[in-house]
Design a protein around this ligand. Structure first.
Ligand code: OFO
Length: 169
């Protein structure tokens, strides 16, 4: 693979590991609030992000590139409310979507069809990631300060199931 694509992919896998870190940090924030469903949901979300990062690792290795693991930034550790945390998750997903779009542009520019095809999975995944995060943000906005409503959303999020394999993550 071309050097500029390898560099951009290495940069992006760091962003996916940062997503893993950020969501794990959010899970710990929810755990401290005794919000069992949100804790569970965010832990699974963080695990999905680790799988996303590993997809980039595997792709770079498969193309005889060199994976370079860089330092992962420290994520925020506290939020003012579950709503604020999920709003952060939603804007983070929007940022990741724009990074994926930039990678697609680069793959096209360099006529790297394998990279382009690899990225298509992430293009669809980001649609889902944004929609899911926004869905929860909207539910939380609707219940506002109502503690019963918050607990109902928390109970609903307990039901999230882990991905059955890496392809569905
Ligand atoms: Fe990897 O999709 Fe979220 O960040």
């Amino acid at each position: 693979m071309k050097r500029n694509i390898e560099d951009a992919f290495n940069l992006h896998l760091n962003a996916e590991f940062y997503s893993f870190y950020l969501y794990l940090s959010m899970a710990n924030y929810f755990a401290a609030q005794n919000l069992e469903g949100m804790t569970h949901w965010m832990r699974l979300q963080s695990e999905e992000e680790r799988i996303h990062a590993m997809k980039f690792v595997d792709f770079i290795n498969d193309r005889s590139g060199r994976v370079v693991l860089a330092q992962i930034d420290q994520p925020r550790t506290d939020w003012n409310s579950p709503l604020e945390a999920f709003e952060d998750a939603y804007s983070h997903e929007q940022l990741i979507s724009s990074k994926i779009n930039d990678l697609v542009e680069l793959a096209n520019q360099e006529r790297d069809h394998a990279a382009h095809q690899f990225l298509q999975w992430f293009v669809s995944e980001q649609v889902e990631e944004e929609a899911t995060a926004l869905g929860i943000v909207e539910q939380l906005r609707r219940v506002g300060d109502n503690p019963v409503g918050l607990l109902m959303i928390d109970q609903q999020l307990v039901g999230r199931t882990p991905p059955t394999d890496s392809a569905s993550a």
